[in-house]
Design a protein around this ligand. Sequence first.
Ligand code: ADE
Ligand code: ZN
Length: 326
Amino acid sequence: MTDWLKFPKTEMHLHLEGAAPVDFIQAQAKKKNIDLSHVIDGKNYLWKDFDAFLKTYEAVMSVLTTPQDFADLMRAVLAQSAGQGVKYTEIFLGPVLMSDNDPVRWKEMLAAIEEASSEAEEKYDLIVRYISVIVRHFGIEKAEETAKLTAQISSPRLTGFGMAGAEDFGRPNDFSRAFKIAGDAGLGLTVHAGEWCDPPSIREAIDSLGVTRLGHGVRAVEDLDLIKYIIDKDIHLEVCPGSNVSLGASQNWKNHQIHELKNMGVSISISTDDPPYFATDMENEYTQLANLGWSAEDFKRTNLEAIRHAFVDEEIKARISEKLEY
Ligand code: ADE
Ligand code: ZN
């Protein structure tokens, strides 16, 4: 029987703050005398729907204020990933949440996080990259400010740019300037799309933002022409099944869109999004899918597809691929 914990994995879609263990956040809150009892109940983050999830998420973020906090969080998250058999991870960082887009603070945050990541890469068999992420419902102005900040003040592991947040805020095209700034700075591009919104908005996101990847993208299965378009353009989908089931973007594991996407030949990979919020981890994601018929070969294919679309150069891709042998 395959040991899904040890099975070598990639993770392309993991939010740094969304991966914060509850006890880590509670310890920070206690240290700073912040009451989080409205969003944390004992061992769990509290939310009942996607809007509440986003509010809890932002409240939890409020306890993380210093570069040291984020470096400690990065250490905890990377230790977790390494323990889950992850060999390559791309982690979303939100400059606006971490530094309010202040250049001095952002630079300090990046330096602290880079140091933590270097330590982790030495300690574990793991390669780390970051994706700077804008928060859609914070608006176009903030998004462009973040894009400019990211283009100006970057770091060796910051190789991507993306957008998360409320997908029904504005149109994808509203954010085209922010993506253009990031793309011109040489960053790889991805956008949360098709988690909640319909196929036309997924197509608009692909066409107007110049992305090579979609976060989630699961609603694409509702439109066969769009699936063909995604395959023709070689767009990769960072699928997070446990997140979708937990938030209600998918009915359940058995009927999750990932099975159809796989059968249709779409380029997909498997990630956890915000694991403690959804009581999941990479081992659970693999085990749930394996229980529904996925084989080691299927998982290996998703990992190779992830690497093919990773925001790193060919030399690093080759190094990661070697780590994926099982
Ligand atoms: N930010 C963190 N997780 C998210 C999700 N699943 N959708 C949109 N924004 C997010
Ligand atoms: Zn996400």
